[in-house]
Design a protein around this ligand. Structure first.
Ligand SMILES: [Zn+2]
Ligand SMILES: [Zn+2]
Length: 316
């Protein structure tokens, strides 16, 4: 029994190490797909089409402008997810008093009622009466609300959504918006590429003579199939995440709360959206937040989250 447990732990460790090792390869893979797509769309097909004259030139110009604009947004979002720390627990983190809940909060009564020396010690222990505060045995620290331990990163991540191999990073409180924008722009870009290469793809199956060398034709064919596959799979992922944002849940929480119909962080669709994207409309489509939002919204720091007062009143 003990032995099989050790073997399993070893396998999980190996799996996590493998995922970590995959890191830079995945970034190269993403850049490789972008490079092949750029070659097929821009260099092989649409820059030459600029010189065709008439409507073809105008279409080619429109495709090229849109393609480059989306590519900039896609790469900006991508590297923002890769390079932004999803959020770690500050050393010796302690839950703060929730002013709105005041005396009625069981935490206030049990853990913080006794001031002085006992406070620090009692705050270190998870309170079984209060499921909001959990303890991570691996990191030896209290977990802030909505925080989870990632076995690939080997640490606790604030509002962890999932560990994403494509971005070689955890997706959590501080980079979830960037991840969603990456999905959004990837969907738009791959759809644009699929549609713009569709006439060339259909031409493969026609009887007429197709211009181009076997090399460029093969690249166009491969790019079309790759981008179609990405567009379809990213679309499914995007739809799933839109419903998660609308309900103010993470992938992990959605899995965990299957049995609880009422979710305490559900503030209504608009506010749920703002909890991830901020309140400033000018920042909704770029991987950044306004200074004002960062200052005013605790959710963007990843340690505290406003909850629905109606659902809270029912809970306690
Ligand atoms: Zn942990
Ligand atoms: Zn992770």
């Amino acid at each position: 029994m003990h032995r099989s447990g050790a073997v399993m732990a070893w396998n999980v460790f190996k799996f996590c190490t493998a995922l970590r090792g995959l890191g830079s390869i995945m970034i190269l893979l993403v850049l490789g797909v972008v490079g092949v797509t750029y070659y097929a769309v821009v260099i092989t097909n649409y820059v030459p089409a600029l010189y065709d004259g008439g409507l073809d030139s105008i279409t080619a110009l429109a495709v090229l402008i849109l393609f480059h604009g989306l590519l900039v947004m896609l790469l900006w979002s991508y590297f923002s997810v890769v390079l932004t720390d999803p959020g770690s627990v500050p050393p010796n983190w302690r839950p703060t008093l929730d002013e709105e809940r005041g005396e009625n909060d069981p935490l206030t009564g049990i853990e913080f009622g006794a001031a002085g020396a006992g406070l620090q010690q009692s705050a270190m222990l998870p309170d079984p009466a209060n499921p909001r505060f959990r303890y991570c045995r691996k990191c030896n620290q209290l977990k802030p609300p909505r925080c989870h331990h990632c076995s690939v990163c080997g640490r606790c991540v604030l509002k962890m959504d999932h560990h994403c191999v494509w971005v070689v990073n955890c997706v959590g409180a501080l980079n979830y918006k960037y991840f969603l924008l990456f999905l959004f722009y990837t969907f738009l870009e791959t759809t644009l590429v699929t549609l713009s290469l569709l006439p060339h793809f259909i031409a493969f199956f026609s009887d007429g003579e197709i211009p181009g060398t076997p090399g460029t034709l093969a690249t166009t064919f491969l790019t079309f199939v790759l981008n179609l596959a990405f567009a379809l799979s990213v679309m499914g992922f995007l739809i799933m995440h839109i419903s998660l944002v609308a309900a103010n849940t993470t992938t992990i929480e959605a899995y965990e709360k299957k049995t609880t119909p009422k979710w305490r962080y559900d503030l209504g669709r608009k506010k749920n959206f703002e909890q991830v994207f901020g309140t400033d409309k000018r920042y909704w489509f770029i991987p950044a937040y306004s200074e004002e939002d960062l200052r005013r919204m605790p959710a963007l720091q990843g340690l505290e989250y406003p909850s629905n007062p109606v659902l809270d009143a029912q809970e306690y």
